[in-house]
Write a protein that binds this ligand. Structure first.
Ligand SMILES: *Cc1c(COP(=O)(O)O)cnc(C)c1O
Length: 407
């Protein structure tokens, strides 16, 4: 994916627009497969909340991935995109027993992360195989906003409560076929990951009929120059060896599963916006673009850094800018960014716009959600049309106050 392809897409589309590079997704997938090529049964389940367009899901299926879902709607999207229910794992948090039963009914692998739900589900459906999500209480993340391993986290069943899990399993005679952990985004340190994995291995030995161990995700990808990224190859070497050991001790060759989101799609994505105006104040130069946190909220929500480049003037002299949106709120995408000189009408590209970008969009300020384009086989394919006014009012009901409206 280069500037001139992005420019040509921007010229044809009304801005703003999301563009995804299928080749980059494939590269990341291959890289993960390669790093764990020593594992007999490797299962990569794409965490589709990162980017849930059905064409992206279908592409994941083409590559051979399964799907990790967190809602019944994501399960249905997966099936719509062509996944078999058996290729889908459902890892919700805080949802109703009823929704979990619905997913189980569809034939999806259930992953339960609450003792209360486990007991109720096991009592009613002892024959349905269930994975349990444990919380190893390891904070692998560097950013406390997105670490989910700490002791009072709402995610997972605490490893200190495993005796309770075992009692439920014994009393209900339910079948636990997998043990799962997801220690949160952004693993900086492989040793921390391996430490958490040990806890998963120890826990797994307590269950006799496992078919898989799921190590979740949290692989870090670089967002800016100099960023540390998870060394997948080193992790692959170390974890593969340890996994073989485990399988020997356990007495069967079970599956090793991962559920990456960011790792597969973050770097494949570009978000293209147009500069509406340049505005100088006493201390700042603002580049005001035709977007806002309605289209890309990560910088405002948790301070994420997305590199911003000027693809209309890539060779231009670099100047400092604050890149801001058009929403009637503070919506700063980046402050004091060194960007090739910007003129009004230029197209800026946000990098790393594949994960948690489109999937977090909204209609705030009654703006339309952008189009999505997949760059695949040297062609730009529209995989989501830009919204129109019809989409905005589709589910709204206009009451007629001229006639007496019935209560
Ligand atoms: C969000 C999520 C993932 C994906 O995390 P990334 O940091 O995007 O790789 C994996 N597993 C579960 C259970 C999740 O909720």
């Amino acid at each position: 994916m280069n500037d001139s392809i992005l420019r040509s897409i921007a010229e044809k589309q009304e801005n703003p627009v999301y563009v995804y590079d299928a080749e980059k997704i494939q590269q990341q997938y291959n890289r993960l497969q390669n790093a764990f090529k020593g594992v007999e049964k490797l299962q990569v389940n794409y965490a589709c909340k990162a980017l849930s367009n059905i064409s992206i899901l279908a592409f994941m299926k083409e590559m051979g991935a399964g799907l990790d879902t967190v809602s019944i709607q994501e399960v249905k999207l997966g099936i719509e995109a062509g996944f078999a229910p058996s290729d889908i794992i459902y890892t919700p948090n805080g949802v109703s027993l009823k929704e979990i039963e619905k997913a189980a009914d569809m034939g999806v692998q259930i992953n339960i992360d609450s003792l209360s739900i486990l007991e109720q589900f096991g009592t009613k459906h002892p024959s349905v195989p269930v994975c349990i999500r444990i919380n190893p209480h390891v904070m692998a993340g560097g950013n406390s906003n997105i670490s989910v391993g700490h002791i009072d986290s709402k995610f997972g069943i605490s490893i200190h409560q495993i005796p309770h899990v075992l009692r439920i399993v014994e009393n209900t005679n339910m079948h636990i076929n997998g043990v799962h952990m997801h220690t949160g985004s952004d693993i900086l340190d492989i040793e921390v990951f391996l430490y958490a994995s040990e806890i998963l291995f120890q826990t797994a030995l307590k269950f006799k009929n496992l078919e898989f161990l799921d190590f979740g995700s949290g692989f870090k990808v670089p967002y800016k120059e100099g960023d540390v990224e998870t060394n997948i190859e080193e992790l692959g070497d170390k974890l593969t060896e340890r996994f073989h050991q485990f399988c020997k001790t356990y007495g069967s060759e079970i599956k090793l599963a991962f559920e990456p989101g960011k790792f597969l799609v973050s770097q494949a994505g570009y978000f293209l916006v147009k500069v509406n105006a340049i505005k100088q104040t006493t201390s700042n130069v603002f580049a005001q673009v035709d977007s806002g946190f309605n289209h890309l909220i990560r910088p405002m929500l948790y301070g994420s850094h997305h590199e911003i480049i000027n693809i209309s003037n890539p060779e231009g002299k670099e100047r400092f800018y604050n890149v801001v949106g058009y929403i009637c709120e503070t919506d700063t995408f980046g402050s004091n960014r060194k960007i090739a000189e910007i003129s009004e009408g230029d197209i800026l590209a946000f990098k790393n716009a594949g994960a948690y970008c489109f999937s977090m969009t909204s209609n705030y300020n009654s703006r339309f959600r952008p189009a999505e384009i997949l760059w695949y086989n040297d062609n730009a394919h529209i995989i989501r049309k830009r919204e129109t006014l019809k989409d905005l009012i589709h589910n709204q009901v206009l009451l007629n106050f001229k006639e007496k409206v019935e209560a």
